[in-house]
Structures are given as C-alpha cells and as structure tokens.
Design a protein around this ligand. Structure first.
Ligand code: ATP
Length: 468
C-alpha cells in the first residue's frame, strides 16, 4: 500500500503560506475555482512547461510547436462539435438554487459506500442523464446543503464572449475550450510552411477556459487553466494506431514518473468506457494520479481519428487533406492526442513531494531539483558580520550564473533550513567563520539533513553531479 497522501488542506495551506498559489482577487473575497500563482508557483509552472516542451518538442525530430489564439473564429467550435456536445450534467439545489454536477454528487455518494462490494467497480461515467436521475432518486442523493436537487440537464461549458464595442454590433465568440482546435485549423499552414512529413506532431501550451461548476478541489478543476496538448498525425494505412498509442502512453508515463519524479504507486491507467468517451474519440485512456481526494484524471490520451480535420474541411469548405510527397496519395491524416493540464501536473508534483518528517519535526517538499523554484540557498551564518556577508555574496553571485540560487539571511540558521525545506530547495550553503580560513562551506542536504564541507572552488562541480 502506498504512503498516505497529504490532505488538500495541508497542500492549500503550504501553497498560500509560502507563495505558491493564492485564491485570486482575495481582497474582493476571491472568485470560485480561480487561483493565482505566486512567486514560487510561477517558477514551478514555468519549470513544468519547459520540461514538457523540451521533452516533447525540442528533443524530437518529429514534433513542432505552435502558439495559436485563445479567441478563434467561432465557427471552429461549431465544426468541432463543442457548441452542441461540450456539456456537463447539471442539477440545481431546489432550495438554494446552487448548481452541482450530477455525476460528482453520485461520485461523492459512492465514495461513502466504497466498502460495499456492489459499488466497488461502479463507473458513474456509464450513466446517461436519465439513468443519473434514477440513481439520484433511488438513493435519495441530496445537494451538499442537504436539499433535493432537480433532474440533470446538459450544460454547455464553453465560455462565451463578444467582439465589438457597440451593443447590438457585437459578435459572439468563444474563449477556447481546448488548445487542440488551434492545431487542427493550422494543420495545412504547418504542412505548407515547414518540412514536416507524416508521421509528425504539433504541440502547444496555452490557456483554455471552461465554465466548470464543481468547487472545492483547489487547482484541480478551474475555469481558466493551462493545457499542454499534442496532435500526432499519421497515415493509418502505414501505421498501426494501437502501436503508436502505446508508444505515447509510454512517453507520458515516463515524463511523470522519471522527469517529474512522481511515485509510480500513485499512477494508474484507466480506459474510458463506450458511454463515457468523447464524441470524437475511438479510444481514450486517462493517466490517473492519486490526488488527496482520490484517483483522478491527470492526462488524457485519445485516438481522435480524422474527425477534426474532416469536420473543418467540410465546414470551412477548404481541402485540409495531406498529399503524400512520394505516392501523391491524398487523405485526411488521423491523430492521437495526449492532452494534459499544466496546473494538474503542478498540483500532482506538490502533492507527491509533500512530506511530513515527524522525526525532525519539519514539513518538506521533496521536489526534484529540475522542478524546485530554487536549487540552492546561500546564507551567511550571521548577517551582522560584514566579512561573512561579503564572502557569502561572492559565492552567491557566482552560483547564480549557473543555478537557480536564492539568498537568505533572515532569522537563525534553523529557521532558514525549515523555510527552505518547505519550499523544496534541495541544498543550503552556509558561509561561517571557518570559511574565512579554509575556503570551504557547509552544504546541507534537504532530504537527509546531512551536512558536508565543500571547497568553494569545487562547488560548481559538486552541484553539477548532485543536481544532474
Ligand atoms: P475532466 O474529465 O477532469 O473534466 P476532461 O476529460 O474534460 O477532464 P480533457 O478535455 O481531456 O479533460 O482535457 C485534457 C486535460 O486538460 C485533462 O486531462 C486535464 O489535465 C486538463 N483539464 C481539463 N479541464 C480542466 C480544468 N477545468 N482545470 C484544470 N485542468 C483541466
């Protein structure tokens, strides 16, 4: 059995206390399902984005990047099916008129009955609206306030906006519900303007928007979030989609487990049932992470076939077919889509790294050095001793050119260690009185708390080995 996960309250408190994540606009009372990333959270997100981009775009010869608009031509969302099918089942509390997702109320009820064998393999996603209504009635499921709820109705989660200054002349647009559509609408441009040949993929990172109803799972489900999506295009007559699909699954797992250093015990694959699968997909798997509130989707992979390119070709009256340069065969390539939320990756790494070290009475974020906002912290033992401060500044200024380094001279050494442990800094360097004689510093390891003396001249090499 894997280690127990920290509670969501523990994660939320640490994020706020140390400047990773804050509720947005808190001075105005906040806004449901919206969060801001503070100084450390911003760096964590950037580190995740960079690692993703590096591994899936920069280092691969068969991938190119893209940065498309948030506001696309509104017809895009009609063609893709989102205007009609991008819905969640919504119920309303009959007394408070607050809205909830029917499937989430059922999931919460199932969690309370998890011990009963009858419910252990029950998949909520298999129920349509009518079946959910029956289930809610049969088991007298109430809203979180304890009131009866209405029958589930489809609620479209696309965010609407308008272009134009004058009322009446405004035209309706949508904030993108996924970054993927910008990839499909640019497919032909990318093929014509670059030297890509099938099989190849286009990836992009950017904000998406969904009018989500659920509250209370911190940054897991927010109205505005960042997606990192790939469409990998191929000719199904030349390549076995199942084999490609498996290769992408392996890459996804490797990124989470090895690059981000997440415990494999907290990861699992789950295949979507026929009922649950999106309108465009032939097969879908979720890579689930064991969040504080249970196993939940981290990263989805779907075989979208040639649905999207065909739809856009038809509705835009443009031929988006690919022409094989060798055979001149004309066809709509098929696509496999690995799609992940950068914010869900961030919440996962924070959860996985959180460690209550009871022996040493401290909270530690065991972040991998490639994720940590700071890789080393440099301290003078005492801040009122100019010689120590001067020597420490020299070390700090030098390391800053090579590593993510931070300066800390507040409070005593013990407090500085506790602070750096909580923000996940892998190493602390202290410049003390001995340094002035022996040109060595004390390096303390976050996870083991072990300390060793290292020559200043050797520090750069030392960290090259330690931080990888
Ligand atoms: P869910 O079932 O959790 O609503 P989904 O299946 O609708 O997610 P996709 O459309 O497959 O999600 O989007 C791809 C990825 O984008 C998800 O795996 C998730 O990591 C992320 N994502 C989707 N919706 C949100 C959201 N509201 N907030 C944060 N991340 C999200």
């Amino acid at each position: 059995m894997p280690n127990p996960q920290p509670s969501l309250d523990q994660i939320t408190a640490l994020c706020k206390r140390r400047g990773f994540i804050f509720p947005t606009s808190e001075i105005y009372g906040g806004l449901h399902n919206c969060y801001d990333y503070g100084p450390l959270g911003a760096v964590l997100l950037r580190n995740i984005r960079n690692l993703w981009w590096d591994e899936f775009i920069t280092k691969r010869d068969d991938m190119v990047g893209l940065d498309s608009q948030i506001i696309l031509h509104p017809q895009t969302w009609v063609s893709s099916g989102h205007v009609t099918a991008f819905t969640d089942p919504l119920v309303e509390d009959k007394v408070t008129h607050k809205r909830y997702r029917a499937d989430h109320l059922i999931e919460a009820w199932l969690a309370k009955h998890a011990e009963e064998p009858k419910w252990q393999d029950f998949v909520v996603e298999n129920l349509d609206n009518e079946q959910m209504a029956e289930f809610i009635k049969k088991h007298s499921i109430k809203s979180p306030e304890g009131n009866e709820v209405t029958e589930p109705k489809d609620f479209n989660i696309l965010f609407e906006s308008a272009i134009g200054a004058v009322t009446g002349e405004k035209s309706k647009v949508y904030l993108r519900g996924e970054t993927a559509q910008g990839i499909f609408t640019n497919f032909k441009q990318v093929v014509d303007s670059t030297r890509v040949k099938l099989p190849f993929g286009i990836g992009q990172i950017g904000k998406s928007f969904r009018n989500e109803i659920t509250t209370g799972q911190f940054t897991f489900r927010t109205l505005e979030f960042e997606q990192a999506e790939i469409e990998y295009f191929f000719d199904p007559e030349q390549q076995d989609w199942q084999q490609l699909f498996k290769q992408w699954q392996t890459q996804m797992w490797k990124f989470v487990n090895e690059t981000l250093g997440v415990d494999a015990d907290n990861l699992r694959w789950r295949q979507h049932t026929d009922q649950e699968r999106s309108h465009y997909s032939k097969d879908t798997y979720d890579l689930d992470y064991r969040y504080s509130f249970g196993w939940k989707e981290l990263w989805g992979i779907a075989y979208r076939t040639n649905y999207d390119l065909k739809q856009h070709s038809k509705h835009a009256d443009q031929n988006l077919e690919y022409i094989d340069p060798q055979t001149n065969k004309k066809f709509f390539p098929h696509a496999i889509e690995p799609a992940v939320g950068v914010n869900r990756l961030a919440l996962m790494v924070l959860t996985d790294a959180y460690w209550q070290d009871t022996a040493n009475k401290r909270t530690v974020l065991k972040l991998k050095p490639n994720l940590a906002p700071y890789q080393v912290a440099v301290f003078p033992l005492l801040k009122n001793k100019p010689k120590l401060v001067e020597q420490a500044k020299t070390v700090y200024d030098h390391l800053k050119n090579h590593l993510a380094a931070t300066w800390d001279e507040r409070g005593n050494i013990g407090k500085r260690y506790l602070y750096q442990d909580e923000i996940g800094t892998p190493f602390c360097i202290t410049i003390d009185f001995d340094t002035l004689d022996d040109e060595s510093v004390t390096v303390r390891d976050r996870d083991t708390t072990k300390q060793e003396r290292v020559k200043i001249s050797q520090l750069e090499k030392y960290f090259q080995t330690k931080l990888g």
